[in-house]
Design a protein around this ligand. Structure first.
Ligand code: 0X9
Ligand code: ZN
Length: 354
C-alpha cells in the first residue's frame, strides 16, 4: 500500500501482482490500473540515470537525482563554499559503515533556536534526500543576498541530515528501486518504527518481512540510534522529518488518537507552514495529525516530540499520487519546486516559533 491517505471513500494506491487482480474482483473491489508495470518505470529511470550526460547536466546539480556518493561530495563542496557558516560531520555510521553525514549551520546570534531537518529514513523516497540537500544548498548560497535566509541562519542552529538510511538508499539505486527499510540482514528494519515512543504498538509489525517491521527492540539499528543520540545531545526545539509521497504535513501523535498536549499550537504553526508551502508553487499540502492518516508507532516524529521535547513534523513531499509514474519515481524537473516547498516549511516553522 503506497498511498498515505486512507479512509472511507478515498482511493488507495496498491501494488498488486497482475495474477492477483482477479482476487480483487472476486472481493468486489473496483480498481483502475494507474501504472501497468512499476518495474518498467524503475528500469526507465535507471536507464536515464546511466546516461553520461546526467553527471554534469550543465552543472545543474538539482536537475537530476543523486546517489549517496554524489550527495556526500555535494555536502563537502557546500562546506568548502562557506566554512564560516557551516560544518560537516558524521553523526554515526550505518550498518554497512557509511557515515551519516550532517551539516551544522551557524546560529551565531545569542538565544538561537535549535532545529533538526532530516530525510530519507525510507530508501525509496529519493525526493527527501534531494530536498534536504537542496535546503542546505539554498541556505548557503542565499545567505549573502536573501534577508530571510540570513535572518534564519543567524538565529537558528540547524542540523541537516539528508540521508538517514544510506545503505537502503544505495540499494534502491543499485538493486531494488522500491526498497524502504535499512539493510539489516536480508529483511531490513523500518527505521521509522524503531524509535522508543510506543515501540511495538499499532501500525508496526513484528514480522521481519513486513515493510513496517519495527526491529527486535527500540533503537536496535545504528541509524535510528544516531538520530536519538544527536537529539538528546542537542535538545532541538524544532524538527522536520522529510518523506514521500502524498503531499501531507503531519504533526503528533502518530501512534495514538489522544490529542497531543500542544495539539493546537502544532496545528496552528502547521497551518502557516502549509500556507507558506502553497505560496511557492500553488501546490497543496494537507495538514493532519499522523494518526488521522493511519496509526504508526515508534516513529521519529513521535519520539522527537514526546521524548526529545521538539515541536516535530513529518512532511510527505510530492507527488500527490502515482500519476502514471509509480509515486516514488518523481520526474527530476520536480526536484527544484519540491525543494522550494521544503525550504518554505523550514523557514516558516522557525518564524512561527517564538
Ligand atoms: O509510514 C511512515 O513511516 C510515514 N509514511 S511513509 O509513506 N513515508 O512511509 C508516515 C508516518 C506518519 N505517521 C502516521 N501516518 N501515523
Ligand atoms: Zn517515508
Amino acid at each position: 500500500m503506497w498511498s498515505e491517505e486512507r479512509g472511507a471513500g478515498l482511493p488507495l494506491d496498491l501494488v498488486v501482482a497482475s495474477d492477483r487482480l482477479p482476487l480483487l474482483a472476486a472481493q468486489g473491489v473496483t480498481w483502475q490500473v494507474l501504472v501497468a508495470d512499476i518495474d518498467a518505470v524503475a528500469a526507465d529511470e535507471h536507464a536515464r540515470l546511466a546516461q553520461p550526460a546526467v553527471a554534469d547536466k550543465g552543472g545543474d546539480w538539482f536537475a537530476e537525482y543523486r546517489d549517496y556518493k554524489a550527495i556526500t561530495t555535494h555536502l563537502e563542496e557546500l562546506t568548502a563554499l562557506a566554512p564560516g557558516l557551516v560544518s560537516m560531520q558524521a553523526i554515526g555510521n550505518s550498518l554497512e559503515n557509511r557515515p551519516l553525514w550532517a551539516l551544522k549551520f551557524g546560529g551565531s546570534a545569542p538565544g538561537s533556536t535549535k532545529m533538526m531537518v532530516n530525510g530519507t529514513q525510507h530508501a525509496r523516497e529519493w525526493i527527501a534526500a534531494m530536498t534536504t540537500t537542496c535546503v542546505a544548498d539554498r541556505l548557503i548560497r542565499g545567505y549573502a543576498t536573501d534577508p530571510a535566509i540570513r535572518d534564519f541562519v543567524d538565529h537558528t542552529e540547524l542540523w541537516v541530515v539528508p540521508v538517514v538510511n544510506p545503505d537502503g538508499y544505495q540499494y534502491s539505486w543499485s538493486t531494488n528501486r522500491y526498497w524502504r527499510k535499512n539493510k539489516r540482514d536480508n529483511h531490513g528494519v523500518d527505521l521509522n518504527r524503531n524509535f522508543d515512543l510506543a515501540f511495538g504498538g499499532a501500525g508496526s509489525s513484528g514480522l521481519k518481512a513486513a515493510e513496517n517491521y519495527r526491529g527486535p527492540s527500540a533503537f536496535s539499528e545504528p541509524e535510528s540510534a544516531a538520530i536519538r543520540d544527536l537529539m538528546l545531545r542537542e535538545k532541538f526545539a524544532l524538527s522536520i522529518d522529510f518523506h514521500a509521497y502524498s503531499q501531507l504535513l503531519l504533526y503528533p501523535w502518530s501512534y495514538s488518537s489522544k490529542p497531543a498536549k500542544d495539539r493546537d499550537k502544532l496545528a496552528a504553526i502547521g497551518d502557516r507552514m502549509a500556507s507558506a508551502m502553497y505560496a511557492t508553487h500553488q501546490v497543496s499540502y494537507k495538514l493532519i495529525s499522523g494518526v488521522e492518516l493511519y496509526p504508526a508507532s515508534g516513529s521519529l516524529m513521535d519520539w522527537a516530540y514526546g521524548e526529545a521535547g521538539a515541536l516535530a513534523y513529518t512532511i510527505e513531499l510530492r507527488p500527490k499520487g502515482p500519476g502514471g509514474r509509480a509515486g516514488f519515481v518523481l520526474p527530476p524537473s520536480e526536484i527544484r519546486p519540491t525543494c522550494d516547498e521544503g525550504l518554505a516549511a523550514v523557514l516558516e516553522l522557525r518564524r512561527s516559533y517564538r
